[in-house]
Design a protein around this ligand. Sequence first.
Ligand SMILES: C[S@@+](CC[C@H](N)C(=O)[O-])C[C@H]1O[C@@H](n2cnc3c(N)ncnc32)[C@H](O)[C@@H]1O
Length: 240
Amino acid sequence: MKNKEFFYLQYDKVNWQNQEKTKINSFIYNFIIQNIVFKKKGDKIKIFDIGFGIGIFFQMLEKNLPKFFKNITLEGCEPSYKNYKNFQSKLLNLKKVKLRTFNKTFLQTETNTKFDFLTSIYVSPHFAFDELKGVAKKISSMLNNEGKFILVVANEKYLEEKLKSKRALFIERNTKVFDGKKYKEVLYYSEIPQIGTIIDYDREEKFYLDFFRKNGFDLDSKKNLDDNGFICTIFVFSKK
Ligand SMILES: C[S@@+](CC[C@H](N)C(=O)[O-])C[C@H]1O[C@@H](n2cnc3c(N)ncnc32)[C@H](O)[C@@H]1O
């Protein structure tokens, strides 16, 4: 068991800024933009990215969104001081996008904007189990009525296999009870090339489905993506 602050403080000790070189997650950002975000109708768009790291997703949004949207608002939070400092907002053309960022955890962030999309790209495994209810409530309150929540996590089966073959990555296994049902939760080391090793919670796919359904969301779609051998699952939820 780790304290809640650990999950973002650990980013002050790894080199997430090397994402500029390795381009990890760019494939996912591109998929989200082309297949989900571009489907939004109208010329206005508002997106909030939870735990934006060094903001590469923002950079890709800033490059692509002006093709379809005139009025663009991007907001996001990033509690790691190192990642926040490495986010170079100056690289974004602030004439094309309105940008507001917070050096805070998601639960500490306050904004009155209502968004079309909230994204959580490999961030939810850093929320402790007892924070998740508050997180779901906050996501729902920040989305407009047609808004969508995009959740990206490591694919459950892919991780299971990886932890079987590399036992040293495993830290502890817990059983969590939600709504009378038991779910597995695994704490493990995630090795990221050229960045470092971070600690993550892996939760069952079924947990995310049941949990968000019970907390005011419907599942629109679910897809597994192979990002250079690393498999993730992308869930898109809408508000009920
Ligand atoms: C695996 S990184 C992913 C960063 C980014 N989403 C990306 O695609 O590169 C996880 C990020 O979540 C952030 N994080 C950890 N705990 C958080 C919290 N409670 N609220 C918001 N972000 C958090 C970390 O600081 C870190 O930057």
